[in-house]
Design a protein around this ligand. Structure first.
Ligand code: AP5
Length: 229
């Protein structure tokens, strides 16, 4: 199974990824997580990306293309993957098609987690992220069993630099301008599975499972498409 998880920042992509990964037994490929690991390790990529990520801007498409091409060419991604955070621009979507074509592969589904901006701000302002495994939790909505400690691996939980209010506003603006058009792009290709991302983690997960088991919908004609959804 080859899946893309699409959605605004804070919609719950990272949270839901664990369930999808276990359901299909595929690696979770999070470009945000790869960039944060590179930043933490102080690699050349990390040094190039740090200021961009901390400011909530997008890392250039050519840099992302190299990272994704290398990761999807790894043996553990040969039988499938869950791509989270890529593509984020129409240019990246076209690049992804080329990467997959060269590998003799195709996407099966694009799962779109739809959520309004007000709820996104609520979720991101309370998010805490594990410094070791990258797993997210929420200070009030999904609190860890022990304050400040990751349930999954015992690592320390911190607030991401780009979860500060002013940066979240910029990330949302960039999402609406650059990433939201991908919803129509993938819908037109008949690949989109739209999920209402409101409600509890378990409610969203249940919708996701149902949507992924549904039979493939026919491609939509441009005249039936909305501007974003
Ligand atoms: P990335 O890490 O991909 O950030 P994002 O897309 O903005 O997504 P988030 O990780 O913020 O949110 P999420 O949807 O995973 O939500 P989560 O599950 O954590 O990218 C970071 C940066 O890297 C980018 O800004 C950019 O600079 C760069 N980058 C990455 N990819 C790039 C690319 N392709 N091109 C260029 N640049 C790139 O949930 C959020 C919170 O809500 C958590 O606290 C969680 O516990 C809580 N929560 C989740 N579900 C629920 C629920 N149902 N109810 C209540 N709370 C919930």
């Amino acid at each position: 199974m080859r899946l893309v998880l699409l959605g605004p920042p804070g919609a719950g992509k990272g949270t839901q990824a664990a369930a999808v990964r276990d359901m299909f037994n595929v690696p979770h490929v999070s470009t945000g997580e790869m960039l944060r690991s590179a930043i933490a390790a102080g690699t050349v990529l990390g040094e190039k990306a740090k200021a961009i990520v901390d400011a909530g801007n997008l890392v250039p498409d050519d840099v992302m293309a190299e990272i994704v091409k290398e990761r999807l060419s790894a043996p553990d991604a040969a039988a499938g993957f869950l791509l989270d955070g890529y593509p984020r621009t129409l240019e990246q979507a076209t690049t992804l098609e080329s990467i997959l074509q060269a590998l003799g592969q195709k996407l099966d589904h694009v799962v779109y987690l739809a959520l309004d901006d007000a709820e996104i701000v609520r979720r991101l302002s309370g998010r805490r992220t594990c410094t070791v495994c990258g797993a997210p939790c929420h200070a009030t909505a999904a609190p860890p069993r022990v304050a400040g400690i990751c349930d999954s691996c015992g690592g320390a939980l911190v607030q991401r630099e780009d979860d500060r209010e002013a940066i979240v506003e910029r990330r949302l603006r960039i999402y609406h301008e650059r990433t939201a058009p991908l919803v129509g792009f993938y819908r037109q290709q008949g690949l989109l599975r739209e999920i209402d991302a409101r409600g509890t983690v378990h409610e969203v997960q249940a919708r996701l499972v149902v949507a992924l088991r549904r039979k493939q919908a026919a491609p939509r004609t441009p005249s039936r498409m909305g501007s974003e959804t």
